[in-house]
Design a protein. Structure first.
Length: 279
């Protein structure tokens, strides 16, 4: 039986949903699937690939993959395995995003993978302005068909590399420069008094940037402390049940009304809500 390995990076849950929906479709076709979430603290040592097909799923950050994706791929040994790169974005494959997978594909090739397929999945945008309810419903209603298309392409090992607009190489390069300051976003998050010390932000931080500790001897519970490894996935801010994390650097990038993928999907009966947790 063919085995497919799916690794994903997620902040607010979109990539997780995509990865698990693809996995379910593949399993329904009698394919053995292993799904793994990429966490920065787990990136160590060379991981030798043993699957027949490797799939990497990630959200677009600054017109590129998040930094931990590069670190992860650099620790992989592909052994000439066929591979696919699936990106998730609020804009889809519009101009400015066509080069978003380019660096990741190059690194996968360098690590010994044979990248034969690329795809983009559109999810509701979580940066600056979250779409209204009707727009989110419209976007999510197309998700099952897109997942079916990608899954069938993976099963048939269809070859599909996408065209990159020349201007997007420049946009991608500028985006990489922007990621050099994302650590400031995380290191300057203010913890409000409404924090209950539940630790959800620390547990789900894909960049391993948040630890829980008592900041004062009089504290009744531990509170999150932020380091300098933030990749600005926005997960901690949007997923906090008490809305207790307040950005002070780059706050304009957060929609004050929040971003709750589970809530968005509640109107889409095609999507199993049990899949959509806080990550």
């Amino acid at each position: 039986m063919k085995q497919i390995q799916i690794d994903y990076y997620t902040g607010t849950g979109g990539s997780k949903l995509v990865a698990e929906m693809i996995a379910e479709k593949l399993k329904n076709n009698d394919i053995s699937v292993v799904v793994n979430r990429i966490i920065r603290d787990k990136i160590e040592g060379v991981k030798e690939n043993t699957a027949d097909y490797y799939v990497l799923v990630f959200p677009i950050h600054s017109f590129n993959a998040p930094k931990p994706i590069y670190e992860w791929v650099n620790h992989l040994k592909g052994n000439h395995c066929k591979a696919a790169v699936i990106a998730v974005s609020g804009g889809g494959d519009v101009m400015s995003n066509t080069a978003s997978r380019h660096k990741t594909v190059k690194l996968l090739k360098k690590s010994g993978f044979n990248v034969i397929y690329e795809a983009m999945v559109r999810m509701p945008n979580n940066w600056m302005k979250v779409p209204n309810k009707e727009k989110c419903i419209s976007i999510l209603s197309k998700l099952p068909n897109k997942i079916e298309e990608i899954s069938q392409d993976l099963i048939s090992e269809k070859r599909g590399r996408q065209v990159i607009y020349w201007i997007d190489y420049l946009i991608s390069a500028l985006g990489e420069l922007e990621k050099r300051v994302t650590h400031k976003f995380g290191s300057r998050i203010k913890v409000l008094d409404t924090c209950t010390g539940c630790g959800l932000c620390s547990k789900n931080c894909c960049s391993s940037n948040i630890s829980m500790e008592n900041q004062l001897p009089t504290d009744l519970h531990s509170k999150p402390t932020f380091g300098n490894r933030c990749d600005m996935c926005l997960g901690c801010v949007y997923n906090c049940p008490q809305k207790a994390l307040q950005p002070t650097y780059g706050a304009f990038q957060i929609d004050k009304n929040g971003y709750n993928l589970r809530q968005m999907c509640s109107v889409q009966y095609e999507i199993d809500l049990n899949r959509i947790k806080s990550t």
